[in-house]
Design a protein around this ligand. Structure first.
Ligand code: NAI
Length: 250
């Protein structure tokens, strides 16, 4: 029996990448999986992800929704509650980058990144907390980034959104601890996904030379940390940010 047997996890932006790896990991441990992405279809991989999760013998359903939209997010949580009966684990994973140096960064770049990365986490936490309170417990995980801890030239919007997700997790941990709801953040370093595959070889190699473990992280490295935070293995851990970065910032 898996360590998440009978739990329901809701993961945003999980058609591919880190979110998908977390969904599969949780499903292997017995959790039923609700996940979102902008569009759940064949082209974007969402329907294949749904089938891969279901093949592990758990309930799986993908919901098309823009996580930056408050009303849509509320609607998704309502549908998940009806379909699955509970929400025990929330992973705020949906995220985008729109990089640029401060002098050239447009208002649209700023608003898009803050909306998709940070406001989405507010939207889902706001909708899930009443459900978790009625259940007397839950685990919330915000997918931040090492740049949310240290900053990064050319990513002021992204770094600020990720720092916001860390402070959001810490604040929710303080407010909701007495109700049995834990909230933590994961700060991945350089992980091999579509997001980092956009980089040139030179930039990739420069990053990797700064990582003591001399490799990019794999999505499973993040999924394993998410499993720890989602499960009772971390039952006395809340308000923390765990850097999973190969030692890059130590
Ligand atoms: P990805 O680009 O492969 O996957 C992100 C998913 O979110 C995609 O399926 C995308 O369609 C979805 N998405 C985008 N906007 C959305 C919206 N408005 N509503 C719903 N879904 C939306 O990215 P990856 O690498 O898997 O990243 C996942 C999370 O991890 C992000 O929050 C990212 O910022 C964070 N992260 C990634 C790192 C990396 O090195 N890949 C490092 C640090 C953090």
């Amino acid at each position: 029996m898996g360590i998440l047997q009978g739990k329901t996890a809701l993961i945003t932006g999980a058609a591919r990448g880190i979110g998908k790896a977390i969904a599969l990991k949780f499903a292997q441990e017995g959790a039923n999986i609700a996940f979102t992405d902008l569009v759940i279809d064949e082209a974007g991989g969402g329907l294949a992800t749904e089938r891969e999760i279901a093949a592990l013998g758990v309930k799986a359903k993908g919901y098309s929704s823009n996580a930056a939209d408050f009303a849509q997010s509320e609607e998704v949580v309502k549908m998940v509650k009806e379909e699955f009966g509970s929400v025990d684990i929330l992973v705020n994973n949906a995220g985008i980058t729109k990089d640029g140096l401060m002098l050239r960064m447009t208002e649209a770049q700023w608003d898009a990144v803050i909306g998709v990365n940070l406001k989405s986490a507010f939207n889902f936490i706001h909708a899930c907390v009443p459900v978790m309170m009625r259940q007397r417990g839950g685990s919330i995980i915000n997918m931040a980034s090492v740049v949310g801890v240290h900053g990064n030239a050319g990513q002021a919007n992204y770094a600020a959104s990720k720092a916001g997700m860390i402070a959001l997790a810490k604040s929710v941990a303080q407010e909701m601890g007495p109700k049995g709801i834990r909230a933590n953040a994961i700060a991945p370093g350089f992980i091999d996904t579509a997001m980092t595959q956009q980089l040139t070889d030179d930039i990739r190699n420069e990053w990797i030379s700064k990582i003591p473990l001399r490799r990019g992280g794999q999505v499973e490295d993040i999924a394993n940390t998410a499993l720890y935070l989602a499960s009772d293995l971390s039952s006395y851990v809340t308000g923390q940010v765990i850097q999973v970065d190969g030692g890059m910032n130590t």
